[in-house]
Design a protein. Structure first.
Length: 175
C-alpha cells in the first residue's frame, strides 16, 4: 500500500547541494562535500548436505564505509583538533589529558534540506573518529582553486532519524 506524505505533489527528488553536518548540536562551518553513506553486508554461502547443485545465501557481518568531509581551509581548527585526538589515542606515554579520550569519538548528524531550506532528512552516524586528515592539498601557483582540507571518518553505523518528517513546502504560486 502506498504511503501518503504531507506533500503528495512533490515529484522531484531532493538536490544534493543543501546540507549541514553537526558534531552534536554544533554545525560544522564550511563543509562543502560529504562522502556517501554506504554499508555492505557480507554474503555467507552454505549448502544443504543433500543438495549438490546450488548454494544458499544468508546475511553475515555488516561493515560501514568511512565518510569523507571536505571544506575550505580557514582558521577554524575543528578538523585538526579532532584528528589530533585520534592520533594521540595510541601514543605511548601520553597522559589522559593528552589522549583526548573525551573527544576521540563523536556522533555526527548529516542533514539534508530542500530548496526552501527546510530539513527533510537527517542521518545519525555513530562512534565516529578520524582515520585520515589532510591539512592542505597540493599547492599550485598556476591553479585557480580553493585550498581544501579533509577528514576521513570511520564509523560504527548510521541510521535515518525518523523524527525528521517531510515538511509542507511553501506554496510557490504567484499571487
Amino acid at each position: 500500500m502506498a504511503q501518503f506524505t504531507q506533500n503528495p505533489n512533490r515529484l522531484d527528488p531532493y538536490k544534493n547541494f543543501k546540507f549541514r553536518v553537526r558534531f552534536g548540536n554544533d554545525v560544522v562551518a564550511g563543509v562543502s562535500k560529504v562522502g556517501a553513506l554506504k554499508r555492505t553486508t557480507e554474503v555467507v554461502k552454505h549448502r544443504d548436505g543433500g543438495d549438490f547443485s546450488s548454494s544458499r545465501k544468508s546475511p553475515g557481518r555488516t561493515e560501514y564505509e568511512a565518510i569523507t568531509l571536505e571544506r575550505g581551509v580557514t582558521h577554524d581548527r575543528e578538523f585538526q583538533n579532532w584528528a589530533r585526538a585520534a592520533q594521540a589515542f595510541n601514543v605511548v606515554g601520553s597522559s589522559p589529558e593528552q589522549m583526548g579520550l573525551g573527544n576521540f569519538r563523536k556522533d555526527i548528524i548529516i542533514e539534508l534540506y530542500n530548496e526552501s531550506g527546510q530539513k527533510v532528512l537527517a542521518y545519525k552516524v555513530y562512534r565516529c573518529w578520524v582515520s585520515e586528515y589532510q591539512a592542505l592539498p597540493d599547492l599550485d601557483a598556476n591553479a585557480n582553486a580553493v585550498a581544501l582540507e579533509h577528514i576521513k571518518i570511520e564509523n560504527e553505523g548510521w541510521e535515518l532519524d525518523e523524527s525528521v518528517t517531510e515538511p509542507k513546502e511553501p506554496d510557490a504560486t504567484p499571487r
